[in-house]
Design a protein around this ligand. Structure first.
Ligand SMILES: [Zn+2]
Ligand SMILES: [Zn+2]
Length: 304
């Protein structure tokens, strides 16, 4: 699970930061969380192939989170995309996409499947599931939790040798969940040589929000929380009034929710230097980053 911070600013773009978008690579797939204006240009400068994006999850319908969609989809069509593209969001996304795709003379060359999610809904895919939770913003806004499917348990090589399994392809077959028949006809099931399945990694993206219980619950024990950190402590009240969080509030929420790593995003364009925000957050949650645009982070596998 690899994360590329495509745009880390909030509200409007600044010379330092583009508006919100996060790309998550899981296996061969790329998922996009929000797609603010200019996202496609950012992607061109990143390690992510915009043609590989399979699904886009939109948090809410403020321009800094969705205005990049029509341009990105038009570029996919100009590059001859054939694979369908799935777009998910709160109620109203179907109507919104109809308007955006109806602009100008554009005709998509591929299917754009748009789905409205209910708060709390969980969608299952081949390699992961995505759960949405209602954030606390000035308009309906979703936080999204992406959870990898459980990984197979640890392979017990000593046990496999004891059972007389020859080292080589049989080991990989057992590790990938297939049973193996030995020359004497004995069948070895994967459960005989594998430990209990291990948890997949979990990432949560808050969308725009002031600190709230539903995002905290969604983020409980997650490996990486990417949270609204619009303001520094001295502007906290104002940020909260507009449905945003301060960096230190994001850190406190992450700490209470047992989050392993916190990434602060949606930085207000007023901060040319966002170092004080990181400092305030780190005083509360030590494992905290404030990524620049196009920074990347690999979500580490948990040890258990
Ligand atoms: Zn925003
Ligand atoms: Zn917003």
């Amino acid at each position: 699970m690899h994360v590329v911070f495509v745009g880390t600013g909030g509200s409007w773009p600044s010379p330092e930061r583009n508006v919100t978008s996060v790309a998550v690579r899981i296996g061969p797939e790329v998922i996009l969380l929000d797609c603010g204006e200019g996202t496609q240009r950012q992607l061109m400068s990143s390690s992510v192939s915009f043609m590989k994006i399979s699904r886009i999850f939109v948090s809410h319908f403020h321009g800094d989170h969705f205005l990049g969609l029509p341009g990105l989809i038009q570029s996919m069509a100009l590059n001859d995309r054939k694979e369908p593209l799935e777009i998910y969001g709160p109620a109203g996304i179907v109507e919104l996409m109809k308007s955006l795709l109806g602009l100008g003379y554009f005709k998509p060359t591929f299917e754009v499947c748009v789905e409205e999610l209910e708060p709390g809904e969980r969608v299952e895919f081949e390699r992961y599931s995505v759960t949405c939770a209602l954030a606390d913003h000035s308009v309906p806004c979703y936080a999204y939790g992406i959870e990898e499917s459980p990984r197979p348990g640890k392979f017990n090589k000593a046990r496999a040798m004891e059972l007389g399994i020859p080292e080589g392809p049989s080991f990989s077959r057992l590790q990938s969940g297939e049973s193996v028949t030995l020359p004497d006809g004995k069948v070895v099931e994967p459960s005989m040589v594998l430990g209990a399945p291990r948890k997949g990694r979990k990432l949560v993206f808050s969308g725009d929000t002031k600190p709230c219980d539903s995002v905290s619950a969604l983020a409980s024990g997650c490996d990486l929380l990417i949270h609204d950190a619009t303001a520094a402590a001295d502007n906290e009240d104002k940020a909260n009034t507009y449905g945003h969080a301060s960096a230190r509030q994001a850190a406190a929420l992450a700490m209470n929710a047992g989050v392993r790593m916190l990434a602060l995003v949606h930085i207000s364009p007023r901060y040319e230097d966002a170092a004080p925000l990181l400092e305030e957050a780190k005083a509360i949650h030590p494992n905290c980053i404030l990524p620049k645009d196009l920074d990347e982070v690999e979500v580490p596998l948990s040890q258990d």
